[in-house]
Design a protein. Structure first.
Length: 255
């Protein structure tokens, strides 16, 4: 059985896994929000409360704008925003989510004046962008791929180190800013109370599934690149460090 707990940066889903009474049968699939929550929502460090079962893969984030804006390049977007301070709204999937923090980093880097409009999840945020309620956002490739041909959005850039295999003609922001690299990584976790044998059995079963052609095709068709060898802790430590410095710099003004 699958239970979706959107919004709140993933707190509901994570808490339900940490506190579950069914620790041998409950799994959590989550992303980078796991590392930003202690900072943005003053929670405990949930990474220490969970057991990593396996990494799954990653996708990159996209800088997306409403297609009604007559803009096609990053420098055009920045110039337009600076000519219209506090008139551009950007959507985020929730306060403290990766979509929120990446945009705030982009905003600070370019000294922009834009307004955050948080939603309860990525899909409502994207819908606001397509209807013109908001004008720009950062979100993951799987969220935008189904909408790339509806002429309601434009993808200006991606946040991966290299150009995405799914959007080969779209530039990376690292071509403008060398260290602006923020992928969304996915992994499977369990409660710390799950017994070791069960963890090992589940890990082996997941890895077998990820090695099948059918599952690999499904991930690919949804814009996710499989990579079970990712160093999840290293990625998390790097992002926590970036967010902490940024958070201190702004004196908590973004939240």
């Amino acid at each position: 059985m699958i239970e979706n707990h959107p919004g709140g940066g993933g707190i509901l889903a994570i808490e339900s896994t940490v506190k579950t009474k069914f620790h041998n049968t409950t799994l959590l699939v989550t992303n980078n929000n796991l590392w930003s929550l202690p900072l943005t929502h003053n929670t405990k460090d949930y990474f220490l409360e969970l057991e990593l079962i396996t990494a799954i893969g990653f996708t990159t984030n996209c800088l997306v704008i409403n297609s009604s804006l007559p803009l096609y390049k990053i420098n055009e977007l920045i110039s337009f925003i600076k000519k219209n301070p506090n008139k551009i709204n950007y959507a985020s999937s929730s306060i403290g989510s990766q979509s929120h923090l990446i945009m705030e980093l982009f905003k600070d880097l370019n000294k922009l004046e834009i307004i955050n409009v948080p939603y309860k999840g990525s899909q409502p945020a994207l819908m606001s962008l397509m209807t013109g309620e908001t004008q720009m956002m950062f979100t993951q490739i799987p969220i935008v791929l189904p909408h790339t041909k509806n002429n309601k959005i434009k993808i200006l850039a991606v946040t991966s180190k290299n150009r995405s295999i799914f959007l080969e003609n779209v530039i990376t922001l690292s071509e403008y800013y060398p260290n602006f690299v923020y992928d969304t990584v996915y992994a499977v976790y369990s409660s710390k109370n799950m017994d070791n044998k069960n963890q090992s059995d589940i890990r082996n079963k997941i890895l077998l599934l990820l090695n099948t052609d059918d599952i690999q095709k499904k991930f690919y068709n949804n814009g996710i690149e499989l990579d079970i060898k990712m160093d999840i802790k290293k990625i998390g430590d790097r992002e926590k460090n970036v967010y902490q410095k940024f958070y201190n710099k702004l004196n908590k003004e973004i939240l």
